[in-house]
Write a protein that binds this ligand. Structure first.
Ligand code: IPE
Ligand code: IPE
Ligand code: MG
Length: 237
């Protein structure tokens, strides 16, 4: 029988890494322990996404709304981002092009330097595009694109009629990449929580009950299998 992974090549997948807090609470651990384990799982799943030959993976690490959490928790997530998502990994070896989604201008300046550096170093890689969303909000991204096009129109570079869907897409963090074929949300929640609102217009939603720190390769296989049962009509019949 064909393995679900046989159908994964070229897919574009968004992953909302949710359930870290509940995973920790269930074990009587502080929520930060869940984030620590979640970061390890992130690294493991990135490698598996490479093995599967995805075209793009979009990982939601921290939303524009997550600043509402206690400062100790936010601090720990940012520290992990520094340790795990930037320094410790050589995405070069896996030929990934790495891009960060979201407003980085409010992050630690050292992180910003490293983010810019890793994007520049991997810009010419031809493997999977690995997108990490940090201080990311879908609405903010759309507002940013609208402002960029409004500036061009005000400067007389484009006419208002040239503000098309294609022009908007080209101003998004995801310019040139395929919209996610499906968005996967572990932890049982059934909402986007401000993730990729523009790009998700026709994405399939795959929800799973597993908490992110428990997420395995077999879970991603199952999600792909579920996606493969869907009939995508894009408004047609
Ligand atoms: C996702 O896990 C991680 C971030 C939002 C940064 P949560 O921390 O939201 O985990 P739950 O939803 O409270 O279990
Ligand atoms: C979405 O999860 C953000 C990330 C996973 C990074 P949340 O846990 O913040 O979402 P809500 O609050 O349940 O909608
Ligand atoms: Mg959550």
């Amino acid at each position: 029988m064909a393995h679900p992974a046989d159908f994964a090549k070229g897919l574009s997948i968004g992953i909302i890494m949710d359930g870290n807090g509940r995973w920790a609470q269930k074990r009587g651990l502080p929520r930060t322990a869940g984030h620590k384990r979640g970061a390890e799982v992130f690294d493991d799943i990135v490698h598996y996404c490479n093995e599967l030959g995805l075209s793009s993976a979009y990982f939601y690490a921290f939303s524009t709304e997550n600043w509402r959490r206690p400062p100790e928790e936010v601090g720990m997530i940012m520290k992990l981002f520094g340790d795990y998502l930037i320094k410790a990994y050589s995405y070069e070896k896996e030929n990934n092009k790495v891009l960060f989604m979201g407003d980085r201008t409010v992050l630690d300046p050292h992180y910003q330097d490293e983010m810019n550096d890793i994007e520049a170093k991997t810009a010419h890689n031809t493997g999977m595009v690995l997108n990490v969303a940090i201080n990311y909000g879908g609405r903010q991204e759309i507002v940013g694109a609208a402002q960029a096009l409004a500036r061009k129109a005000a400067a007389g570079v484009i006419r208002p009629e040239e503000i098309t869907e294609e022009a908007m897409s080209a101003e998004m963090n995801t310019a040139g990449q395929k919209d996610p074929d499906f968005i996967l949300r572990p932890s049982g929640e059934k909402r986007l929580s401000n993730f990729m609102l523009w790009q998700a217009a026709y994405s399939e939603m795959v929800e799973m009950d597993v908490l992110w720190p428990d997420f395995t390769h077999a879970d991603l296989d199952r999600a792909i299998e579920e996606y493969n049962t869907r009939s995508r009509r894009f408004g047609g019949i």
